[in-house]
Design a protein around this ligand. Structure first.
Ligand code: GAP
Length: 455
């Protein structure tokens, strides 16, 4: 039997959620494009995230920063010097692997991410660890993950630029401007959904680990002495985001604290939110970090600018500390597919809450060869389309249309039949219960609105 991941990859491609990137050229380096349904689902997930993190609060504002940042940003942030994974090479095939992944997959250690190259060499020697092809491995080396390019027509050291290794750096760089223009007092947050790029040694598991992805950041600026309290508060908030806002089951979410030697160079404390990705088990979906004053201290030092905050209450001047909630959009999207994918006897269902579903309803004429039914169904479709994303289907029999909509997560199927012509009402079939009810055409708009807001 196919594994859940294979089924999700196949459905995603077949129904237009996610296509392999550059597919007509044979694909390219684990890149992916969101198809029409994936795009709609993406926008709905972003909307839910934005509502939860920004719109429903009064203390968080959102920005959208550029992908190219001054190269000094990446020196200040520590990425040029310290953003590296350890790689080993198969001595025969010359394929490169992340050493910590090989050690974890061989069951030698559960978390090998903090090991230094020397420690890895010792483990490889002691355990006679070979490459997945069974060949000898090279000694371990550090490999920087920043994606480097040159801007402008000349390629020289002076034109080096990096794609964003973590999206949040715009937030620290813009912190002072946001604080001054919005006249914010601490504590307050800056949110951003933005691209990040990492030259990952190995990419795998569909959208889970890619070299181009999106991050959903909420960086909360606080007085340094308040950081621990806000850190605890935001951890609770993130738990609620996944179980309440995204409607994920509690048992699919787990938390894992990083050991001191495993933390990113900027973190004073770090927890991963993990999601249970079927057969892959619990895997990181978001990093919640107590970054202290590291970021503003570093940017103040490297830019020579004063980024300090004057606290009217305490009459003290200091660089604020940062509590970071950094979620991976692509992993959240994948988790949403895993969470709501269901197989029943005769059908596959993506049981999305209506507010997340790409289409809120589909409209069908009962028979496609009866012009009066088609015309009436078109009227219903055109009226609803003004306010919602609505699908139209007049192919095949009604049962097939239902199953086709179930598979893409459409919560309601609206059928115009002969009674509709006389009584101005329609059949509305519920995706989850498969029960049907008659609803007056004039009430359809409020019916959908209510179902979406309740979900
Ligand atoms: N600013 C903090 C930061 O970047 P991170 O734990 O490295 O922290 C945050 O990344 C999130 O970004 C991760 O929890 C994950 O969801 C996502 N992420 C990181 N690397 C990724 C990759 N190669 N592919 C897809 N998502 C990734």
């Amino acid at each position: 039997m196919a594994e859940l991941m294979d089924k999700i990859v196949s459905l995603s491609k077949r129904r237009g959620f996610v296509f392999p990137g550059s597919e007509i050229y044979g694909g390219f380096a684990s890149t992916y494009d969101f198809g029409p349904l994936g795009f709609l689902l993406k926008k709905n997930i972003e909307k839910a995230w934005r509502y939860w993190n920004v719109e429903s609060r009064t203390d968080v504002v959102e920005i959208e920063g550029a992908i190219f940042l001054h190269p000094k940003v990446w020196e200040a942030s520590g990425h040029v010097g310290g953003f590296a994974d350890v790689l080993v090479e198969d001595m025969v095939t010359h394929k490169r692997y992340r050493a910590d992944h090989l050690i974890e997959e061989a069951g030698i250690l559960e978390n090998a991410g903090a090991l230094k190259p020397k420690e890895i060499d010792e483990i490889i020697g002691n355990h006679h660890l070979k490459s997945p092809e069974g060949n000898q491995l090279s000694s371990a080396k550090l490999f920087n993950l920043l994606v480097k390019t040159h801007l402008g027509p000349v390629e020289s050291d002076a034109t080096v630029a990096y794609l964003k290794g973590e999206s949040c750096q715009n937030i620290y760089v813009d912190y002072k401007s946001v604080q001054e223009t919005t006249r914010r007092k601490l504590p307050f947050g800056i949110a951003q959904i933005g691209k990040a790029f990492r030259n990952e040694i190995t990419v795998k598991n569909f959208l889970f680990r890619t070299r181009e992805f999106e991050q959903m950041d909420m960086q909360y600026f606080v007085r340094p002495e308040d950081a621990d309290n806000y850190y605890d508060e935001w951890k609770k908030n993130r738990d609620a985001f996944y179980t309440e806002c995204m409607s994920f089951k509690k048992e699919n979410i787990k938390w894992r604290q990083h050991a001191p030697d495993e933390r990113a160079f900027y973190a004073k404390d770090a927890w991963d939110v993990q999601y249970k990705f079927g057969e892959l088990g619990f895997q990181e979906i978001e990093g919640v970090h107590n970054r202290g004053t590291y970021d503003l201290d570093q940017h103040a030092k490297f830019s020579g600018q004063d980024l300090s905050y004057f606290d009217e209450e305490t009459k003290k001047r200091f660089n604020p500390a940062v509590v970071e909630c950094s979620g991976g959009f692509n992993r959240l999207f994948l988790a949403t597919l895993f969470e709501f994918y269901k197989e029943e006897k005769e059908r596959t269902v993506l049981a999305f809450p209506p507010r997340l579903a790409p289409y809120k309803a589909a409209v069908f004429p009962l028979l496609a060869n009866k012009p009066q039914l088609v015309d009436k169904a078109r009227e219903v479709y055109d009226a609803l389309r003004k306010n919602f994303m609505i699908a139209w289907d007049d192919r095949g029999n009604i049962g097939k249309r239902y199953y086709s909509q179930d598979e893409i997560g459409t919560p309601y199927c609206i059928t115009v039949d002969f009674d509709s012509l006389e009584k101005d009402n329609v059949t509305v079939r519920d995706r989850d219960t498969t029960t049907q009810e008659r609803v007056a055409i004039k009430d359809l708009d409020s019916f959908l609105r209510e179902k979406i807001s309740m979900s």
